[in-house]
Ligand binder design. Structure first.
Ligand code: AKG
Ligand code: FE2
Length: 287
């Protein structure tokens, strides 16, 4: 047995291939359905801290296996809008085809509209078009670190409001045939405040924590100042040097740290069919 096999089985060492200097790595020779022992989970956690998004290919995991693997990392979140996998509401289904164009072609961090936004998301590809439907991620530590000290000082004490209703309009509920659930979802998800610059309390490293999907405005500045600051930060976050782009195949998995990244799902494959399922793992209150 090679060292690699021993390592993979015990979870002590992973066979990891970096994709860009910024973030992202493919984990080879790893079976998500089998490797759910403590050592494997700890190794994946460490690799996620280092690379921020991990990719696994040729994984044929059932919805139950996906849920169970994700649940090893923390409590799962059930989305109030997206349809769930039959019998497993914690797995949300993102399905687009000739009747429905992709909706995630906007840079975002998942579910920042709650007090304890997810620490990570685990996305499994069921159906992928021949070409198109890639996903991009950006390293928000690098984006923060590339700012001048003056700009860091300006934004360092600011807080921003994140709003479920900004991203999920009533039409989306109608589209999914659940218009009757919209009022309850709005009532249960009032706007929340998070720091514009989020700090990793274990390392002290800082990252940008505003996103185009959910952030409505910066608190305590004028509307025009808020628009100018956010507009600059969004443009800055889109620098290709901070990114990785992933070309999917069916049965591939992406596992991202949702605290120090943003992502963007290209909607360039209409009218082709693409079906993904996501487990979302809750995190801590940002500081
Ligand atoms: O479909 C994708 O590639 C990503 C969609 C998305 O934003 C998500 O799953 O959080
Ligand atoms: Fe997302």
């Amino acid at each position: 047995m090679s060292l690699l096999e021993v390592g993979t089985r015990s979870g002590a060492a992973l066979d990891v291939e970096k994709l860009t200097p910024a973030l992202g790595a493919v984990v080879h020779s790893f079976d998500l359905a089998q490797a759910q022992d403590d050592a494997s989970i700890a190794a994946i956690r460490r690799a996620l801290d280092e690379h921020l998004v991990l990719f696994f290919e040729d994984q044929t995991i059932t919805p139950e296996q996906q849920r169970d693997f994700a649940a090893r990392f923390g409590e799962l979140y059930t989305h109030p809008l997206y349809p769930g996998q039959t019998g497993i509401p914690e797995l949300m289904v993102l399905e687009y085809d000739a009747n429905r164009r992709g909706h995630n072609d906007v840079w975002h961090t998942d579910v920042t509209y709650i007090q304890t936004p997810p620490q990570a998301s685990l996305l499994y590809a069921e159906i992928i078009p021949e070409v198109g439907g890639d996903t991009l991620w950006v390293n928000t530590y690098l984006a923060y670190e590339a700012l001048s000290e003056h700009f860091k000082a300006l934004i360092g004490k600011l807080h921003a409001v994140h709003d479920f209703a900004k991203a999920f309009r009533r039409e989306r509920f109608e589209q999914y045939g659940i218009a009757d659930r919209a009022d309850k979802a709005y009532a249960e998800n009032p706007p929340v405040r998070h720091p514009v610059v989020r700090t990793n309390t274990e390392t002290g490293r800082k990252a940008l924590f505003v996103n185009q999907n959910f952030t409505s405005h910066i608190d305590g500045v004028s509307e025009r100042e808020s628009r100018a600051i956010l507009g600059y930060l969004y443009e800055h976050l889109q620098q290709p040097e901070f990114q990785v782009r992933w070309r999917w195949k069916p049965n591939a998995v992406a596992f991202w740290d949702n605290r120090w990244t943003q992502h963007y799902a290209l909607a360039d494959y209409f009218p082709n069919h693409r079906r993904m399922r996501r487990a979302t793992i809750l995190g801590d209150r940002p500081v």
